[in-house]
Design a protein around this ligand. Structure first.
Ligand SMILES: [Zn+2]
Length: 341
């Protein structure tokens, strides 16, 4: 299985984030990607390649041009405006009927964000751009060769909307890959197994039937991203019936989780997708500081094997996972389980 990885992810390295009422060490660290790379290399999962460059076209096919222009220049404009060099930190958000788009950079930072975790530093755009190119490269490989590929994306993407960053995400890597595949194939299934609901992915495809979005996640009533991800969100217009959410209570363990995953796979199979894109987060692991499930390491190979039963060309996209020490093993577990099925 090809692994696509760019060293430029490390250019995105904010020091601090506002978390549970305090400024704390930023949790979406460059170390996350390097430990996964080490585990996949040690496990001989497949060759590691650098991403090809597909340009901005596949990105602006989903993200609004004004948002992309903002991301590209936010840091330099923030600093020029007197902002602290540590990063772009929004402090005001236009909720509900507040519609004016201001020109002041610190106010734009809130206009294009839904939380405080998508901090922009000098290298954030380069990292996010390469992360999206990793996803596109993996998708291209699978479209040519079949089989499976893994995009070691960092920063992650599934929380990013067309013009909103948040949840550590800037560009929606999985959605960009799914959209690119859907532009040539008839149907793509986007299966999101990160602990957190893929609010950005759902929103991007909510009115479309050519990408089936299926997500298993912590119940948003108690878990980030809180404001999207309930079971009664099923799509609208042409997309009605093509969004499927499985919100689960905290503490779900291996057997119950795998049973829901089999239901999700059973929902995808009759859709008969030409490709499957997996938003692969392993913050479902019991000890994850940002998760709330109770999965053991033994669950992850079973997750990969269950997805393999769809028997479709499959693109795995790295999303969350914040328990650093077991992170690489758990990602490798999913991919090994998929390969050996
Ligand atoms: Zn997550």
């Amino acid at each position: 299985m090809q692994i696509v990885y760019s060293t430029r992810h490390s250019r995105h390295h904010p020091a601090l984030e506002f978390f549970e009422g305090e400024l704390k060490k930023f949790q979406e660290t460059p170390e996350r990607a390097t430990i996964v790379l080490e585990a996949l290399t040690a496990g001989q999962i497949g060759p590691v390649v650098a991403p090809d460059d597909y340009g901005l076209g596949p990105i602006t096919a989903l993200h609004s041009p004004d948002y992309i222009e903002y991301l590209q220049h936010a840091y330099e404009r923030w600093v020029a405006d007197g902002g602290i060099p540590a990063g772009v930190y929004p402090d005001s958000f236009p909720v509900r009927r507040m519609l004016h788009r201001p020109t002041k950079l610190s106010a734009l930072a809130g206009y294009y964000a839904f939380d405080l975790t998508a901090i922009i530093v000098a290298g954030t755009w380069e990292a996010a751009y390469d992360s999206a190119q990793c996803a596109l490269t993996a998708a291209h490989t699978v479209s040519l060769e079949g089989g499976a590929a893994f995009a070691l994306c960092r920063p992650p993407g599934h929380h990013a909307h067309a013009d909103l960053c948040g949840g550590y995400c800037f560009l929606n890597n999985a959605a960009i890959a799914a959209n690119w595949l859907a532009s040539t194939a008839g149907r793509v299934a986007l299966l999101d197994i990160d602990f957190h609901h893929g609010n950005g992915s759902q929103d991007l495809f909510y009115e479309r039937s050519d990408v089936l979005f299926v997500s298993i996640h912590g119940d948003p009533d108690r878990q980030f991203p809180y404001y999207l991800g309930t079971a009664d969100e099923t799509g609208s217009g042409a997309g009605l019936g093509y969004t499927v959410n499985y919100p689960l209570a905290a503490g779900v363990a291996d057997e119950d989780y795998l049973q829901v995953l089999r239901r999700a796979v059973g929902r995808i199979a009759p859709y008969d997708p030409e490709y499957v894109v997996v938003s692969l987060g392993v913050d479902t692991f019991a000890d994850d500081p940002l998760g709330g499930f109770a999965l053991t390491e033994a669950a992850f190979p079973c997750i990969g094997a269950t997805i393999a039963q769809l028997n479709r060309p499959t693109v795995f996209i790295m999303e969350g996972g914040y328990a650093i020490e077991p992170l690489g093993r758990n990602i490798a577990g999913v991919l090994t389980g998929f390969q050996t099925e």
